[in-house]
Design a protein around this ligand. Structure first.
Ligand code: GLA
Length: 405
């Protein structure tokens, strides 16, 4: 429970708080890398010197982000997730990066990441400890905001383990206030929604957070991806209405390049996260990722859908072929529309999607020219009432950009 005086001071702060959506950052969904998906809470640098959470790992990821083409296509943030500090705070109440794993300290690490032209993110928890059992920020929100600013961090992920959801509506705005008061610009990533169910207040989240998670944690297998796609297809209480520049629904990390997905599934996963205007925080080990996965993650046509300045989140328009094919639409600049045909079926044959553009609300009298969302190649011209037939691979996707003629 929050102490009474802290609750009262937080309520007072709410009247002067700056809105996250207007804090000037994340005008398009943040692109970057995050340690959790692949490296979890591995703190054993003796047994696993190359894959423990350490400054060496973060520096290597920054190196690869900068040198291997990711930075050139827009990836920017290198984010440290859980398990970076010591298990107890210092005598001054501050979080202490584990000196065995972060011997140079966080400021030096931030300097290194910045020297590569990249930005750096860090993690803490609103409760008394993080999900991994490290000290949380309960009663230390202000101290921790100041510490992260002194270290020159650029993004903060605030998790919700070991906290009470009743406190979120005070705590997240309070942290946003303390971050803003440092004078440093932070992308503020909240796990606020997760676990709130119908209690989720999207107006508040869009006001105080730049990103907020809307589904469970990503794990490295297909069914998990499908579950997240279903969260967006259901669009509970129209959460898509609250997203846009500065305020994004976060589908969680991208697992392209890990172990669990086929090539078609990687395309479907990355294509849908892009359609959803989700942040794209890569989870793979950038040192050893296979070339096909890397090429997908650097696909400029798909990234342009994700980064479209309108910031629209795709919504489900209809399901076809006995509900196997989901048709999602995302409005893009220039009156264009991205159409995703996602095949949720996993039987070993493609499924045919048959539809007309006027069923999707695309009624331009001169028709639409199509380009392929992945390759950018021309894919013909269609009138609103022309029947279109597309065969989509199992657990695969096709994306088209329809431009009015
Ligand atoms: C929770 C979050 C994950 C990750 C872990 C770290 O499960 O949802 O994204 O941050 O905690 O412990």
């Amino acid at each position: 429970m929050m102490k009474l005086f802290e609750a009262i001071s937080i309520i007072c702060l709410l009247v002067v708080v700056t809105e996250a959506a207007n804090n000037g950052v994340a005008r398009t969904p943040p692109l970057g890398w995050m340690s959790w998906e692949r490296f979890r809470c591995n703190t054993d640098c003796v047994t696993y010197p190359d894959s423990c959470i350490s400054e060496k790992l973060i520096m290597q990821m920054a190196d690869h982000m900068a040198a291997d083409g990711y930075k050139d296509v827009g990836y920017e943030y290198i984010c440290i997730d859980d398990c970076w500090p010591l298990k107890t705070r210092g005598a001054d109440g501050r979080l202490v990066p584990d000196p065995a794993r972060f011997p140079s300290g966080m400021k030096a690490l931030a300097d290194y990441v910045h020297s590569k032209g990249l930005k750096i993110g860090i993690y803490t928890d609103f409760g008394h400890s993080t999900c991994g059992g490290y000290p949380g920020s309960e009663f230390y929100l202000e101290t921790d905001a100041n510490t992260f600013a002194e270290w020159e961090m650029d993004m903060l992920k605030l998790d919700v383990c070991f906290s009470s959801s009743a406190d979120f509506k005070y705590g997240f705005p309070a942290m946003e206030f303390y971050l803003n008061r440092t004078g440093r610009q932070f992308v503020f990533s909240c796990e606020w929604d997760w676990g709130m169910g119908d209690g989720a207040n999207y107006t508040h989240m869009a006001e105080f957070c730049n990103l907020w998670r809307v589904a469970h944690d990503m794990e490295d297998y297909w069914d998990n991806v499908q579950l997240v796609i279903d969260v967006y297809a259901n669009n509970s209480r129209n959460f898509s209405d609250f997203t846009g520049p500065g305020a994004w629904a976060d589908a969680d990390s991208v697992i392209v390049g890990l172990y669990g997905l086929s090539a078609d599934q990687e395309r479907a996963h990355f294509g849908m996260w892009s359609m959803f205007a989700s942040p794209l925080l890569l989870g793979a080990d950038l040192r050893s990722i296979k070339n096909e996965s890397k090429a997908l993650l650097q696909n400029k046509n798909i990234l342009a859908i994700n980064q479209d300045p309108l910031g629209r989140q795709a919504t489900l328009k209809m399901k076809l072929a006995q509900n196997k094919i989901y048709v999602f639409l995302k409005g893009l600049t220039g009156g264009r529309t991205a159409i995703a045909l996602f095949n949720s079926d996993y039987h070993g044959q493609p499924v045919r999607a048959t539809f007309m553009l006027n069923q999707l609300g695309l009624t331009n009298g001169n028709g639409y020219s199509f380009t392929d969302g992945f390759t950018g190649m021309a894919r013909g011209k269609y009138m609103p009432a022309t029947e279109i037939n597309i065969d989509v691979n199992p657990t695969g996707i096709d994306i088209f950009i329809a431009t009015p003629v």
